[in-house]
Design a protein around this ligand. Structure first.
Ligand code: G3I
Length: 368
């Protein structure tokens, strides 16, 4: 999908103004539910996948499979993002062999539960595999191996994956430059991106191809750079079918930033994936806010995120995805750097019971 050549106004500016008018027509953001009132709410636990007219997703890692986890992950969500087993760090072995057991487990879980699979991710700046290091400096060999890897992985899940995050997190946090990596060093800053999208399209012509990025809600400069980059690639005819905006936030994020970022992300006119939502109760620096107040702020952000997604034009509502099922599954609990293991960023507690964040999303989906 590319912008009409010679358009006087950029594609984004035309769409942005139309979107802004539409959003205004929807009236002010509703007052957020008071978690105390919400806590009084009980009754049968609804299924988010039944309430949402669009895909509502979660991220899973097959290590988490087990009775409590499966009961929620298989019933509440209509889409699954693979958090680990479809990444190069899992698939590509030091000797160059590929392992697919984990990815196959995730794909089988989706098929068994009639869930769409959002495959994450083919190329990431973080990866620096030995089998590619050996090819550095030989562009032809490197390019051939790059294409073979994408063909082998995206080709294996053709017909199973609804979409792929093709190149994950291409923009530096400075909002000025593209990230450098083994991929950019050997195939070029834009070349590695174009090659990956073309190879993915060839490997699985039916999968939607997404560009996925974090920090767009908190870093307007990075957001502008990201959207300008994607628009430039679209104008060059690069096959891009959607925008992923991760939204890993914490309770201190000021109201309105998620909404503004989502509206900007939609300005390209592509389907938008709110792809990795979680709201941490931790902060980088000290905070005097007591936990009950952090929970209220967290619920307000959950409400804002889903209301902003619901306000998008229907054809741009690709999926709303929470990054994990139970708090204890969250990367915010399991990452090596985590010190405080009390974080509660998700919808379900450690025992897979729905929390206020769950009821908040259910309320939004029921128009409350
Ligand atoms: O499954 C193995 C386990 O068998 C082994 O014992 C253990 C120790 O080596 O590792 C386990 O694999 C870990 C995997 O998570 C599952 O827990 C990997 O080492 C670890 O690297 C992997 O971390 C993932 C991280 O991306 C890096 O791939 C997190 O789960 C995942 O939540 C996180 O997700 C990223 C998105 O891809 C991009 N956006 C940011 C987001 C959060 O960092």
């Amino acid at each position: 999908m590319t912008a009409a050549r010679g358009t006087r106004l950029s594609r984004r500016s035309v769409l942005t103004s139309a979107l802004a008018l539409t959003a205004c027509g929807r009236g002010a953001t509703r007052a957020s539910a008071d978690p105390a009132q919400a806590a009084a709410r009980r009754g049968p636990v609804p299924l988010l996948r039944d309430l949402a007219p669009f895909q509502i997703g979660t991220e899973i890692v097959s290590d988490d499979f087990g009775p409590g986890f499966d009961a929620v992950a298989s019933t509440q969500f209509s889409q699954i993002t693979s958090g680990y087993e479809l990444k190069m760090e899992y698939i590509l072995q030091p000797d160059g062999r590929l392992r697919f057991e984990g990815g196959d487990r995730i794909a089988a879980f989706c098929a068994a539960n009639h869930q769409a699979l959002h495959a994450h991710t083919l190329i990431w700046y973080i990866d620096n595999p030995p089998s590619f290091q050996k090819l550095e400096g030989d562009r032809k060999a490197f390019d051939a191996a790059y294409g073979r890897y994408i063909q082998a992985v995206a080709g294996r899940y053709a017909g199973q994956a609804r979409a792929w995050d093709v190149v994950n997190e291409p923009i530096n946090d400075d909002g000025e430059t593209l990230r450098e990596s083994i991929w950019t060093r050997n195939l070029g800053l834009e070349g590695h991106f174009i090659r990956a999208h073309e190879a993915a399209r060839e490997a699985d012509p039916h999968a939607l191809l997404f560009v996925n990025e974090y920090g767009l809600e908190s870093n307007p400069k990075k957001r502008a750079k990201f959207l300008n980059f994607v628009e430039a690639m679209l104008k060059r005819g690069v096959p891009i079918d959607g925008i992923g905006t991760q939204n890993h936030v914490n309770f201190e994020l000021p109201p309105g930033q998620i909404t503004a970022a989502l509206r900007d992300a939609a300005s390209l006119g592509l389907p938008v994936h709110l792809s990795e939502f979680d709201c941490s109760l931790q902060t980088d620096g000290p905070s005097l806010m007591a936990r009950p107040d952090r929970l209220k702020a967290q619920n307000r952000l959950y409400r804002e995120a889903l209301e902003a997604f619901v306000a998008l034009p229907e054809k741009q509502q690709y999926a709303f995805t929470i990054w994990g099922v139970r708090d204890k599954d969250s990367w915010l609990r399991t990452a090596t750097w985590v010190k405080d293991h009390t974080d509660a960023p998700l919808l379900f507690d450690d025992d897979a019971r729905p929390k206020e964040t769950f009821w908040t999303l259910a309320d939004v989906l029921r128009g409350r």
